[in-house]
Ligand binder design. Structure first.
Ligand code: GDP
Ligand code: GDP
Length: 441
């Protein structure tokens, strides 16, 4: 499971940065140090008394002109809320609730995730009346707090541990660096899936004996490729099970979906002598809608006479038939002869890296201003659509959000232009890319 994300939200000057520093630790080196990231916002990884999460601070905007400051701050706050699993909404208890708090409270109310209300600057019992006023926000009971002096930290820890998503049981005590990569090999009957899987398991040391695959309810086989742990979806095991249960047809339909849901990277295996049928396009659509990374394997390459010619043609077919996963790796191989498996696995591991990509907010916005200058968004009923700000809200697969005015008016061709641009600028071949549009005002 991804690390949960916590966003610190509130108007300027309530103490967000102070709270951020306290949670991340004084050592700002721990803060995301990719150049430029801190220009727009700060992120850091936190271990807060055993609670592990990523934290986003929405403060720290460099001087923008007063006009755009609020707009940008709102857009950023919205972006942070969209990413967040939990929002910490901060007010200044000494100042009480000011009109300037309201627009932020409004955004937070619509967050759709748990909100913890923090009445800051309440050290040694100060600001009690402000804390009472905070009840009126309708965001639950405020925690009297002092980011500067560390008061209320225990209460914040209790509140967070109640609402922070817990890691999956599977992932407990797992070191992320040797986490298994989940891979499924799907394709039409006779494409050569079983032959390929057997070859893979035979070539490398088996972590679990072959009997494991035959265990009826096991759906994955542990394998290792160049020191990387892989969980292979056991297609053949499913089939054996189906025969036993005599529900072959029913399973055949759901098997593809099950395999895709199991996997992080899906290999669509084609028989190179009869490539691309409608069924293959359907499974690619499924992989796209489930948001998985994709690699195409051209099996039975040993049977192909004009290898160069066919490879060129099939790569062109992919560009034309699969625009939603432009740049997908296409790897010729022979499961029977055991050729091309290394190349296939390199592509699989590479696809996972792309799928996991996180691009810093400042790089995205540099790209955005260039892309919108080169090709400005069209006008809708006389008013120009304005895209103000963009950020990546999730990885696996990469998911970006755009903020601005009248974005629902953006034509499909323009969002396609942006998606293609993101794909090229940040080198995201072959994975689904999500783009959400958020209109403010
Ligand atoms: P931000 O704009 O919301 O990030 O706010 P800052 O973290 O920059 O804090 C604004 C001001 O409030 C600074 O002068 C801080 O020193 C002060 N401040 C922050 N937390 C506290 C607190 O708990 N008590 C008091 N008295 N002042 C605080
Ligand atoms: P599955 O239904 O996708 O699991 O396909 P199988 O692994 O059962 O293979 C179907 C047929 O294709 C078998 O007769 C295999 O021997 C053959 N086959 C599989 N891979 C290759 C290959 O790389 N080259 C050749 N020439 N035949 C293959």
């Amino acid at each position: 499971m991804d690390m949960p994300t916590v966003a610190i939200v509130g108007r300027p000057n309530v103490g967000k940065s102070t709270l951020f520093n306290r949670l991340v630790g004084k050592k700002l080196a721990l803060v995301d140090d990719r150049p430029g990231v801190t220009r727009d916002r700060r992120e850091g990884d936190v271990n807060f008394g055993g609670l592990v999460f990523r934290i986003i601070d929405t403060a720290g905007l460099e001087q923008a002109d007063a006009d755009s400051l609020l707009g940008r701050m709102r857009a950023q706050t919205e972006a942070a809320i969209l990413e967040a699993d939990v929002v910490l909404f901060v007010i200044d208890a000494r100042a009480g609730i000011l009109p300037a708090d309201q627009p932020f409270a409004e955004l937070v109310r619509r967050a759709g995730c748990p909100v913890i209300l923090i009445a800051n600057k309440a050290e040694s019992g100060a600001g009690l009346s402000g804390a009472y006023e905070a009840f009126s926000l309708g965001l639950g009971d405020p925690i009297p707090f002092s980011a500067e002096h560390g008061e209320g930290i225990g209460e914040l820890h209790d509140a967070l541990s109640e609402v922070l998503p817990q890691p999956d049981e599977d992932d407990e005590d797992e070191d992320p660096s040797d986490r298994s990569l989940k891979v499924a090999i799907v394709g039409r009957p006779n494409a050569g899936k079983s032959t390929l899987i057997n070859r893979m398991l035979g070539e490398e040391r088996l972590l679990v004996g072959p009997e494991a695959g035959i265990t009826r309810d096991s759906i994955s086989l542990d394998w290792e490729w160049r020191g990387r742990r892989i969980k292979l979806h056991d297609t053949a095991g499913m089939r054996r099970k189906a025969r036993i249960d005599d529900k072959l047809e029913k399973l055949a339909v759901s098997d593809g979906l099950r395999a895709v849901r199991f996997a992080e990277v899906v290999v669509v295996l084609l028989d190179a002598t009869i490539p691309f049928e409608k069924q293959d396009l359907t499974i690619v659509d499924l992989i796209e809608s489930e948001g998985r990374a994709l690699v195409i394997g051209l099996n039975k390459w040993d049977l192909v006479a004009d290898q160069n010619g066919l490879l060129k043609k099939l790569r062109e077919d992919c560009t034309r038939l699969l625009p939603q996963v432009r740049g997908v790796p296409v790897v010729p191989l022979s499961g029977l002869a055991g050729e091309g498996i290394d190349k296939l696995m390199q592509a699989v591991v590479g696809a996972e890296t792309v799928w996991n990509t996180r691009v810093s907010t400042s790089r995205i916005n540099d790209w955005l201003s260039e892309a919108t200058q080169r090709n400005p968004p069209p006008a809708v009923s006389g008013r120009r659509i304005k895209i103000r700000y963009a950020t990546q809200v999730k990885a696996r697969p990469p998911h970006f959000a755009l903020f601005g005015n009248q974005l629902d008016g953006l034509p499909k061709s323009y969002t396609r232009y942006l998606v293609n641009g993101l794909r090229e600028a940040f080198v995201l071949p072959g994975v689904p890319i999500r783009l959400s549009l958020r209109t403010s005002k």
